[in-house]
Design a protein around this ligand. Structure first.
Ligand SMILES: Nc1ncnc2c1ncn2[C@@H]1O[C@H](COP(=O)(O)OP(=O)(O)OP(=O)(O)O)[C@@H](O)[C@H]1O
Length: 323
């Protein structure tokens, strides 16, 4: 479906909080090809945001990429200079965030801010207007004069999408882009992100905890747990035939993915915090399939493009047959 050479190739990414020498992302590997839409899912704290932030060199102070490689079209950008990253940002890789208000300056007009962004990527005023039209503004000229607080949350996120795509980047990173929006608006903004990335052939790395959204939008999915990938592969396969008990448990904890509301099961226990992480399987304490073997780190096993790190995939599949 996609070309062979990935746009983005992350290998064994490690992110560490320096002061406490705490590993927060612990060996994440993934590839995104041109035009591919990939979702990162997993419970809070699994390292989804940090993985995204690493790609665009926006880790918070005190955090650093302490291992692995992030190759962008063959160039290692994991420790790239600020100057080089500025060249890439907007033109090659763009990002939209949960809360557009934090990325927009409240005292400047939208026109002012889009103008700055346009300058950075050498886009014209006509490009800005046509992009605003594309993201759903009936009167683009008018929105240019407005300030962020005069717009609704959904409209602000549309502005951010326009800004992110002005430079026609090859990859859009979207970290829970609709979390801060009203439920009714969430769907519209997600549909816009989907349509516009399909139209322009922009690859997407979408952080989400909503499996229903992932199923609608993403070609491929990587399920993160405690800083590691538990399972990854084509969305349809991973979500219909999970090969990791964590994915299976996640699926059984959300409504309307073939599970009736009265059969939902919360995942028992809680996610271990980074200072509790062991080298072995970190899901073992919550997993119905765990045995003594799970104290050893489970290797990745691949099956028809689906990779999972579990010692007991066979038993999981057997149990599903019996269910
Ligand atoms: N600046 C920081 N300093 C120390 N620890 C941090 C920092 N930022 C994040 N962490 C920790 O790193 C881990 C991964 O965080 P991350 O934000 O990537 O998770 P996430 O999967 O995106 O979760 P969420 O869905 O809550 O956004 C968490 O345990 C978090 O507490």
């Amino acid at each position: 479906m996609h070309g062979n050479e990935p746009l983005l190739s992350i290998r064994d990414l490690r992110v560490t909080a320096e002061k406490r020498d705490l590993t927060l992302v612990d060996g994440v590997s993934l590839d995104i090809h041109a035009g591919e839409r990939m979702a990162l899912v997993g419970e809070s704290g699994s390292g989804k945001s940090l993985t995204c932030m690493s790609v665009i060199s926006l880790l918070a102070r005190g955090l650093r990429v302490s291992g692995g490689e992030i190759a962008w079209r063959g160039e290692d950008i994991s420790r790239v200079s600020a100057g080089r990253m500025r060249q890439l940002r907007g033109r090659e890789i763009s990002m939209i965030y949960q809360e557009p208000l934090t990325s927009l300056n409240p005292v400047l007009s939208i026109g002012n801010q889009l103008g700055e962004a346009a300058k950075h990527v050498s886009a014209s005023r006509a490009d800005v207007l046509s992009m605003l039209d594309r993201v759903g503004f009936d009167r683009p000229e008018r929105v240019l004069r407005q300030r962020p607080h005069e717009l609704s949350g959904g409209m602000r996120q549309r502005v951010m999408i326009a800004m992110a795509l002005l430079g026609r980047p090859r990859l859009l990173l979207a970290d829970e882009p609709t979390t801060a929006l009203d439920v009714t608006v969430q769907d519209q903004v997600l549909k816009l992100i989907y349509d516009i990335t399909v139209e322009t052939g922009t690859a997407l790395l979408l952080v989400s905890h909503d499996l229903n959204v992932v199923r609608r939008i993403a070609d491929t999915v990587a399920v993160l747990y405690t800083g590691r990938i538990a399972e990854s592969g084509p969305t349809e396969r991973v979500l219909s035939e999970p090969r990791h008990p964590y994915t299976d448990a996640l699926l059984r904890s959300v409504p309307s993915l073939g599970v009736k509301a009265d059969r939902l099961t919360a995942i028992p226990g809680r996610v271990p915090t980074p200072n509790e992480w062991t080298d072995g399987c970190r899901f073992a304490s919550r997993c119905g399939f765990a045995t003594a073997t799970c104290v050893d780190k489970p290797p990745f096993a691949e099956f028809q493009g689906q990779a999972s790190a579990c010692w007991h995939t066979d038993r999981l599949i057997e149990s599903k047959g019996a269910r």
